[in-house]
Design a binder for this molecule. Structure first.
Ligand SMILES: Nc1ncnc2c1ncn2[C@@H]1O[C@H](COP(=O)(O)OP(=O)(O)OP(=O)(O)O)[C@@H](O)[C@H]1O
Ligand SMILES: [Mg+2]
Length: 264
């Protein structure tokens, strides 16, 4: 079965100049939680197919930043464009973005009372209005992709953490997203399960998925990312290719952070 990640608005159907536009564009994005200025003039342009790893100390705004990209959080200043659509109060725009952007969190958020298969077909049937047989076929395709098809009829509680996280990734893929956001998808896992999830993410990257990953898995960043972004205090402090970022960090705060995480 061929599963297409394109839709009628895909870059392929656009004119050449539009196809060059970043798929995610943040321009001077500012966000406050009450008085607390959590994102400060964040500029970020992500090309289609680019793999970005975001790292930085706890509380630096990494989760807030990626949650703004699918409007789980609202920004108050600046502009966010995703796939050419501006994120604002227009609920039609938000609906469009949510269909294009898949998200995978630290905790898997699977429905505990549904089997793995039911978890995967739920949104395609109810949100995408996909016929059930097609939804099941798509779900089994992606469960195979993450090497877990034999678990389709189990409940989430019967799976290991690594297996549940792979199910969560497969569930996102069933919605044919153009962009995947990951927020520390391996940080709640036991060490022996981390690799199986990172391997699935690396495969996705290889297939050209645009990815924004908050992670402190620096091996993953080195081997998969096109660009590593370091955040501190709500700002993007430094960004570079993984090689430059790790071997030649420019800013004191990045050096201090790297020496902490690499020596632990
Ligand atoms: N809903 C909220 N209301 C108020 N403050 C919040 C809220 N969510 C996050 N914050 C604060 O905003 C700051 C950034 O939080 P965020 O979760 O984006 O950080 P993070 O970089 O993802 O941290 P971690 O590495 O611990 O996940 C923190 O100081 C946090 O306490
Ligand atoms: Mg976070």
């Amino acid at each position: 079965m061929t599963i297409s990640h394109s839709n009628p608005q895909s870059a392929d159907s656009r004119t050449g100049s539009q196809a060059e536009q970043p798929i995610i564009l943040l321009d001077k994005v500012n966000k406050w939680y009450g008085d607390f200025h959590v994102l400060k003039n964040v500029d970020l342009a992500v090309r289609k197919g680019e793999r970005i790893v975001i790292c930085g100390p706890s509380g630096s705004g990494k989760s807030t930043l990626i949650r703004c990209v699918n409007r789980l959080e609202e920004h108050q200043g600046g502009t966010i464009l995703v796939d050419g659509v501006e994120l604002n109060d227009n609920t039609k725009n938000i609906g469009h973005i949510r269909r294009e952007v898949g998200m995978c969190f630290q905790h898997f958020n699977l429905f505990p009372h549904m089997t793995i298969l039911e978890n995967l077909i739920f949104a395609p049937i109810w949100v995408r209005k996909m016929p059930r047989a097609e939804a099941v076929e798509t779900a089994m395709h992606y469960l195979n992709r993450v090497n877990i098809a034999e678990q389709a009829h189990k409940y989430p509680g019967q799976l290991s953490g690594g297996q549940q996280q792979r199910v969560a990734i497969a569930r996102s893929l069933c919605m044919a997203p153009k962009i995947m956001l990951f927020d520390e998808p391996t940080s709640a896992l036991d060490p022996e399960m981390i690799k199986e999830v990172l391997d699935v993410m690396a495969e996705l990257a290889e297939e050209g998925m645009t990815m924004l990953c908050v992670t402190h898995e620096m091996g993953f960043a080195k081997s998969v990312a096109d660009r590593v972004i370091f955040m501190d205090g709500g700002e993007i402090v430094e960004q570079n290719t993984p090689t430059e970022f790790f071997d030649n960090p420019q800013v004191d705060r990045t050096q201090a952070f790297l020496s902490q995480i690499l020596h632990n």
